[in-house]
Design a binder for this molecule. Structure first.
Ligand SMILES: C[S@@+](CC[C@H](N)C(=O)[O-])C[C@H]1O[C@@H](n2cnc3c(N)ncnc32)[C@H](O)[C@@H]1O
Length: 460
């Protein structure tokens, strides 16, 4: 039976009390640094030398900071050699998080893109509106538009990027035209893109010697490809080439030769994960697309870099089995967004919070009173964490780094309301150690664990 520890405290000081080389992998959704301030070159250098990075707060005004290099160094110390890490990051601050990890000694191996459909452009205000505001020009109203459901709810009011718009009331907004010639010139211009992806950095602590030496000595250092193949059917691989292997064969028909054999084992995990709606949209748009036959094809090899000498690294080649199955893009793996029931499940004993409490807005302000607010007074929320991750996603990611030894232990700093913790327990991690400093989230997480998993015991 799986067990977990949830330590309430600062990540840095909690890590400092843990023994070296004691964790087999790490999964975390740390603060992204999505504040109002762009770091200067001087601040970047200071950050790389160990200082805290001030990005002017974080998402929804939270006083969170991207992990410092000191934190990453402690993570490095407590992880075993070769241990894999999966670290969520913001699309515009991914570089900071990667740099911090590199500065502590980690190797960045890949980035998984989680692609989703919902999201609002940031900022949504167009250039002509900024100009009219600055020039104090009156914009003529040219019509109205009724917004209902999630369209009428801001990200903050939904309770986060992946929050749920529970409001059903309709909001009517005025549509306006430019009120000055200057604004007219800039009509249709904007200042940001609509978010559609979230990166998850795949890294590792450097290996101790070769792959074989590392995994046999430390019990960690590999990705659970078998456990994360996409689907259970379909897929083929090319039989190993038995004919001539001269350059004519290789550069002529060689790479395309060989007879595809069905494997029915599912597809090799990809560095792209689609949300449910993106997958459905792509399926509808792209339709049925058979896969291209490419790649190497020796199923007996787990590490297939050119020369395959067992060098200590996972990235590069890979055992590229080839596929020729059909179906739409959703077969590349998709994961549903956080539903309201997923967010709230297990939190029934907790008090219902108003929109103002959930979104950090002041009581009585327009935003807090709006009935469209997903976390509004009408529906409210008991789990008020603003950056929940879908459990299907956290389970898949935790499974990808699940190590096969019976005592394997996963580290989850910045645990929040427990989405990564639940995913890890569902994925079959025997032991999980999570760290979160906010006492309210530390109250929510175990309730969610109990509701979403069966029989995981908490060690206190
Ligand atoms: C992005 S959220 C993670 C949410 C998580 N994905 C979930 O779905 O529950 C980051 C969490 O880190 C916590 N945090 C921020 N700074 C921290 C620190 N220095 N020590 C411990 N926890 C911290 C915040 O309270 C927040 O809950």
């Amino acid at each position: 039976m799986s067990s977990y520890m949830l330590a309430q405290g600062e990540v840095l000081t909690t890590l400092q009390k843990l023994p070296s080389n004691s964790f087999d992998a790490l999964l975390t959704d740390p603060p992204y640094g999505l504040g109002s301030k762009e770091p200067t070159a001087k601040e970047l250098i200071a950050y790389l030398s160990g200082a805290e990075m001030d990005t002017g707060g974080d998402f929804m005004g939270n006083d969170w900071h991207v992990p410092s290099v000191a934190v990453w160094k402690e993570v490095f110390r407590v992880l075993k050699p070769g241990a894999p890490l999966l670290v969520f990051a913001g699309s515009r601050t991914q570089d900071l998080i990667s740099l911090g990890m590199r500065a502590a000694g980690f190797e960045i191996c890949d980035v998984i893109d989680w692609i989703y459909g919902q999201g609002m452009p940031k900022p949504a205000t167009t250039t002509d509106k900024y100009i009219d505001k600055a020039l104090k020009s009156t914009r003529p109203v040219i019509g109205t538009q009724a917004l209902s459901g999630s369209a009428g709810v801001s990200t903050a009011e939904k309770g986060g990027t992946f929050g749920v718009a529970a409001g059903s009331a309709t909001k009517v907004i005025n549509l306006t035209a430019p009120g000055s010639p200057e604004a007219e010139q800039w009509e249709g211009y904007g200042h940001g893109l609509c978010p559609g992806r979230e990166p998850v950095i795949l890294a590792c602590k450097p290996f101790d010697g070769t792959i074989a030496h590392n995994v046999l000595t430390h019990g960690t250092g590999a990705l659970n490809v078998k456990g994360c193949r996409i689907g259970t059917e379909g897929g083929t691989r090319k039989a190993k080439q038995t004919g001539p292997t001269d350059s004519a064969q290789t550069y002529g028909n060689g790479l395309n030769s060989g007879t595809p054999e069905p494997i029915n084992a599912g597809r090799w995990p990809k560095n792209v994960i689609l949300s449910e709606e993106t997958a459905a949209e792509l399926d509808a748009t792209v339709g049925d697309r058979p896969s291209t036959l490419t790649g190497r094809a020796d199923p007996t090899k787990t590490h297939d870099n050119p020369g395959d000498n067992g060098d200590a690294s996972w990235f590069g080649g890979g055992n590229s089995a080839v596929y020729a199955d059909g179906g739409g893009p959703s077969r590349f793996f998709y994961c549903a967004k956080v539903s309201k029931s997923e967010r709230e499940k297990g939190c029934e004993p907790l008090p219902l919070r108003s929109a103002a409490q959930v979104t950090n807005r002041k009581e009585g302000t327009v935003g807090a009173d709006r009935p469209q607010a997903g976390a509004g007074r009408g529906s409210g929320a008991r789990n008020h964490h603003p950056t929940l991750k879908p459990l299907a996603l956290t389970e898949y990611l935790a499974k990808l780094i699940l190590q096969p030894t019976p005592e394997a232990c996963l580290l989850i700093p910045y645990a929040g309301a427990g989405s990564e913790l639940i995913g890890a327990l569902k994925a079959g991690w025997p032991e999980v150690y999570a760290i979160e400093r906010d006492p309210e989230f530390c109250e929510i997480a175990p309730l969610r664990v109990a509701a979403h998993t069966s029989g995981a015991s908490r060690i206190t």
